[in-house]
Design a protein around this ligand. Structure first.
Ligand code: SF4
Length: 177
């Protein structure tokens, strides 16, 4: 450690052991938490911070891959407007930070980043695949920021490659690490 500011890395809150998932549980990922010695981790849960409760009804990506929506599995309630409002505000907040990386939770209708999730229509038919709603908006706004999920970081070479990409991004942005 040389005293230079650490790179900022956004993280899905559930990966840091916070119980914000739809089922009231977390998805603690030790290798994600281990980035804390090298980066400033910035947690965020788009669903909870949009005001959704814990626990809550599980959800999926509905509509179509071109126009994805956030839909409750049982109620088929459409929460897209609510959740996208918080997501767009979060992207504005992140634009004012030295963000240099992001680790998302796999398999989530909000946070899936590396492997896409299925998109279902109202009759339960598969219409294609999509990233989570937060990730789609994030990638559009910050295409230069390296992203990974906890599965990529579970492997040591994936962890090291991601950290190096974060450091490169941080240096390009004027950071010193
Ligand atoms: S995957 Fe994303 S939306 Fe789901 S609990 Fe974790 S941080 Fe929240």
């Amino acid at each position: 450690m040389n005293g230079a500011p650490l790179p900022w890395v956004g993280v899905s809150r559930c990966l840091l052991g916070q119980r914000v998932r739809y089922d009231g549980r977390d998805k603690f990922a030790p290798r994600v938490a281990a980035l804390a010695g090298h980066c400033l981790l910035v947690p965020f849960c788009p669903e909870v911070e949009a005001g959704m409760p814990v626990p809550r009804e599980p959800a999926h990506v509905g509509g179509s891959p071109l126009e994805p929506r956030f839909i409750g599995n049982r109620s088929l309630e459409n929460h897209t407007f609510r959740i996208m409002g918080r997501i767009m505000a979060r992207l504005d907040e992140l634009a004012r930070t030295p963000l240099s990386g992001y680790v998302f939770k796999s398999g989530s209708p909000s946070c899936a980043a590396v492997e896409m999730v299925s998109v279902f229509d109202d009759l339960g038919r598969t219409r294609g695949r999509s990233q989570g709603l937060f990730v789609r908006a994030f990638r559009e706004r910050f295409p230069w920021v390296p992203v990974a999920d906890e599965r990529v970081l579970a492997d040591h070479s994936g962890w090291a490659a991601f950290l190096e990409a974060v450091r490169r991004c941080h240096r390009r942005r004027g950071g010193g690490v």
